[in-house]
Ligand binder design. Structure first.
Ligand code: SF4
Ligand code: SF4
Length: 472
């Protein structure tokens, strides 16, 4: 029985409720009057239910789709302006006891070289990341009780936060590790993580069980209820996501929104972010084996729909997506991207040797970070390295109320300019620096509050003379 407040996976992601929703959406897909009503509701920027969003997903009317894309762009602009937050993944270890059929780290892949970074190797990786200009990381590791216990993850977080190299600093460490216990989530919280990220992969239980035939991840309930345990352990910023293409995207899209509704109903705070990876090739993985893989048009529509359905949730895309695909979806609602990424264990400090491949997926946007920053600036976006909210204690419902009221923009805009300025001073190539300075001058004028504008100006000058780490 469907119950968004329930703590049982199969009640808050009720299979019959998903199927009923999809049937209803199929029946009503040509009801343009209903679609217009839903778009009108969405334009109030209060979000949509999973049923309403599914209806729009099924609707093939060009006119409705045009309106949907225009609305997504408008809401993106209202909530996030033209800022794009940058981050990088950091792979600690690819030892894994799971058997996910779509991931080359699955335990029976004997072609891949297994590697786990020592604390000294982590230092080298982090220094390489700091030297690019990164301030925000997402830690990634396979699940292995012997090689990657929670103590290893905690020690690594401490190592990362303690590395101060030139003007560099990692100011926010998000963590993407396997579903674990409330006690371990509490330890992660105490270690000062930003967001806890866990992709559901697919919510469709029969597909989930097939795709994860062995290992602890085979337990659908344990995995699906992980965010509840994370919240109970005190982590109030959680990041959800599915790997689109593993199963029917309409099913997963609907269930993903049901998961967001569940977190809101049970804990008063929805997901901090939603990631939208889709099946891509990697060592031992051929996307042709996945008949549900989605094309660029569906991918763009899913992003536009997420933007209007959960306007207060950050949307993340990785370098799995190509430059052109990223360019298309940035304006539709994406608020965070990775840049200059390596998906290998140890790949920042030492370039990967092809025969010793340890990467989790092929990177389709392999440009160095400075090229990505230059590209964003050319498109008129403000690349931001901001990590202010978590450091100011603006997390969970406190953060959400600021986002929902639109007040967060008063912090995001100046923080984006200040962190961009740091990047330009410390890491940028000359052309990027010139473009960035020009953009900062223009965007400074757009800060509405005179006091905030004046203080930002003052801090920009302080950064120029060597001071660092200001935030609103
Ligand atoms: Fe292991 Fe994660 Fe890859 Fe599954 S997706 S095999 S859990 S690293
Ligand atoms: Fe993100 Fe907060 Fe910085 Fe805005 S001020 S970019 S919400 S960390």
């Amino acid at each position: 029985m469907y119950n968004p407040k329930s703590s049982t996976a199969e009640e808050f992601i009720d299979h019959n409720e998903v199927l009923d929703t999809l049937r209803y959406a199929q029946d009503q897909k040509n009801n343009l009057e209903l679609m217009r009503e839903i778009l009108k509701k969405a334009s109030l920027a209060k979000g949509l239910t999973h049923r309403e969003a599914a209806l729009l997903l099924y609707c093939n009317s060009e006119e409705i789709n045009r309106e949907l894309f225009a609305l997504a762009q408008r809401l993106k602009q209202e909530f996030y302006g033209n800022r794009i937050v940058l981050f990088a993944p950091l792979y600690l270890s690819n030892y894994c006891v799971n058997s996910c059929t779509y991931c080359p780290y699955h335990q029976s892949n004997h072609q891949i070289r297994r590697k786990k970074l020592t604390q000294e190797e982590i230092r080298h990786e982090v220094i390489a990341l700091q030297d690019m200009g990164h301030k925000r990381l997402a830690l990634e590791t396979g699940e292995h009780p012997l090689f990657n216990p929670i103590e290893y993850v905690l020690e690594s977080i401490q190592t990362i936060y303690n590395i101060k190299h030139k003007n560099g600093a990692i100011r926010r460490v998000n963590v993407n590790i396997a579903a674990t216990t409330i006690e371990n989530y509490r330890k992660l919280k105490e270690a000062g993580i930003g967001t806890y990220i866990l992709f559901q992969e697919t919510y469709h239980k029969p597909s989930y069980l097939n795709l994860h035939p062995a290992g602890p991840k085979h337990d659908y309930a344990w995995h699906t209820e992980a965010m509840d345990r994370a919240m109970q352990g005190g982590i109030d910023d959680v990041g959800c996501g599915v790997l689109f293409g593993l199963s029917d995207h309409r099913y997963d899209f609907t269930a993903l929104l049901m998961h967001a509704e569940h977190l809101e109903a049970a804990f008063g705070v929805g997901p901090h972010t939603i990631s939208v990876p889709r099946i891509r090739s990697a060592d031992d993985i051929d996307p042709k084996d996945f008949p549900n893989a989605i094309n660029d048009d569906i991918f763009a529509k899913l992003i536009a729909l997420l933007r209007v359905a959960v306007p207060y949730t950050g949307l993340i895309i990785s370098t799995r997506e190509s430059k052109s695909s990223r360019e298309k979806v940035l304006k539709l609602g994406v608020s965070q991207i990775s840049g200059g990424s390596s998906t290998s264990v140890g790949g920042y400090a030492e370039p990967e040797i092809p025969e010793e491949n340890t990467s989790q997926f092929d990177v389709n946007d392999s440009r160095p970070l400075d090229e990505v920053i230059n590209w964003l600036l050319s498109l008129g976006y403000i690349p931001s390295f901001c990590t202010a909210c978590y450091r100011e204690g603006r997390t969970g419902d406190r953060f959400m109320s600021l986002v929902k009221s639109g007040q967060i923009a008063n912090c995001c805009q100046p923080n984006a300019l200040l962190t961009l300025k740091e990047y330009l001073e410390d890491y940028a190539a000359e052309d990027t620096r010139q473009k960035g300075e020009k953009l900062i001058r223009k965007e400074l004028e757009r800060i509405p509050h005179p006091k905030v504008r004046a203080l930002t100006q003052e801090r920009l000058e302080d950064i120029h003379v060597g001071k660092r780490d200001f935030r609103f």
